[in-house]
Design a binder for this molecule. Structure first.
Ligand SMILES: Nc1ncnc2c1ncn2[C@@H]1O[C@H](COP(=O)(O)OP(=O)(O)O)[C@@H](O)[C@H]1O
Ligand code: SF4
Ligand SMILES: [Mg+2]
Length: 328
């Protein structure tokens, strides 16, 4: 891990969404996560596990009607949710930028792509229009858009999905932010384009000395791009580990289930999948969130929710009976 005060420091963060005639949905339940300057950290988990809520909370933008019930998020030492609107807006896009999937929805359909990049530089960097345009063109070249001068004057609908995603990356990185959050940014692109866009994002973030929170449903992708991996399940980080350790010796049963899903071995997948008939019994509240799907579950898992605890080698796991604990 890279030394230095964390650029993003999330401690004991609880976020919930009120529900009509039902208990609130607890989207995040006690998240602890610190990202060091220069670090590229992967956040992996299935749909609905809380990834986007975490990304939004990191920006100080929990979507209404969501509420932060407990905990704190500090970006570069500041709680963004407490800034006034103008100060908040000055940080977003300048120091902290987000890239999401569906670039066309991100881009303004009636402005040329060059002008959209130029606008963000003009707004945040205190430079004149000619200089902002010059930097926008430079960014189009940096994200390897062919024939950048001509594309500067193109409208979003004139670009392919991959090109549009590059423009979104150019906008995100135009002001050299300290942290880039990528929320499933390449889902929907075909695999070759996805690899190109991710390589580009990685090299540009690294070049600018920024950090990244890289959110994906695809655990295989993180192996290539991240230094550490956080696995999130039902609003809890269940495992956090350096990438090499994680792929060599995953310890949380859910991490192994995720990895098994990508393996070519049906036996491995079967070994880590709980058969439906065992699941018939309801799981009492107050136990482990993963108990209904866990092949290793024992009595204690139903009675007591596991807390995150540190293991050797800079990793932590939230499980009473992690796999192969003895080797750590
Ligand atoms: N605006 C919202 N209103 C109500 N519930 C929400 C809202 N946004 C997210 N949730 C709930 O919070 C949980 C986490 O969602 P989300 O953060 O979008 O997960 P992910 O990005 O991992 O798919 C889900 O149960 C989802 O239904
Ligand atoms: S605490 Fe028990 S149920 Fe939960 S993941 Fe660990 S072994 Fe499985
Ligand atoms: Mg999401």
């Amino acid at each position: 891990m890279v030394a230095g005060a964390p650029i993003l420091d999330i401690s004991d963060l609880w976020v919930s969404f009120p529900a009509y005639r039902a208990d609130p949905v607890r989207a995040l339940k006690g998240i602890d996560l610190a990202i060091a300057p220069g670090e590229f950290i992967g956040l992996v988990g299935e749909s609905g596990s809380g990834k986007t809520t975490l990304a939004r909370a990191a920006m100080g933008l929990v979507p209404p009607p969501g509420v932060v019930e407990r905990g704190e998020v500090l970006f570069d030492g500041r709680n963004l949710a407490r800034l006034d609107e103008e100060a908040h807006r000055a940080v977003l896009g300048r120091e902290l930028a987000m890239v999401i999937a569906n670039p066309r929805a991100e881009l303004n359909p009636v402005l040329t792509v060059g002008r959209q990049i130029s606008n963000i530089v003009f707004y945040h960097m205190g430079v004149g229009r000619a200089e902002a345009d010059r930097r926008a063109l430079e960014m189009l070249r940096a994200v390897r858009i062919p024939d950048a001068e001509r594309r500067f004057a193109a409208y979003p609908h004139e670009l392919s999905g991959g090109m549009a995603q590059r423009v979104v990356i150019a906008i995100a990185l135009a002001c050299a932010p300290k942290l880039v959050i990528s929320d499933d940014a390449t889902s929907g692109l075909d695999v070759t384009v996805q690899t190109q866009v991710l390589d580009l994002l990685k090299s540009m973030v690294t070049e600018k000395g920024a950090s990244a929170l890289f959110i994906t449903r695809d655990i295989a992708v993180t192996a290539h791009y991240c230094s550490r991996i956080a696995v999130i399940y039902a609003g809890e980080i269940v495992e956090l580990a350096p990438v090499a350790t994680f792929f060599e010796r995953p310890t949380h049963p859910y991490s192994i289930t995720l990895l098994a899903a990508f393996s070519h071995s049906p036996e491995l997948r079967q070994r880590w999948t709980r058969s439906a008939d065992i699941d018939a019994a309801p799981i009492p509240a107050g136990g482990c969130s993963f108990a209904s799907r866990c092949v290793r579950r024992r009595e204690r898992c139903l009675a007591e929710a596991p807390q995150a605890r540190p293991l050797a080698g800079g990793r932590s796991v939230r499980c009473h009976f992690p796999v192969d604990e003895s080797v750590t």
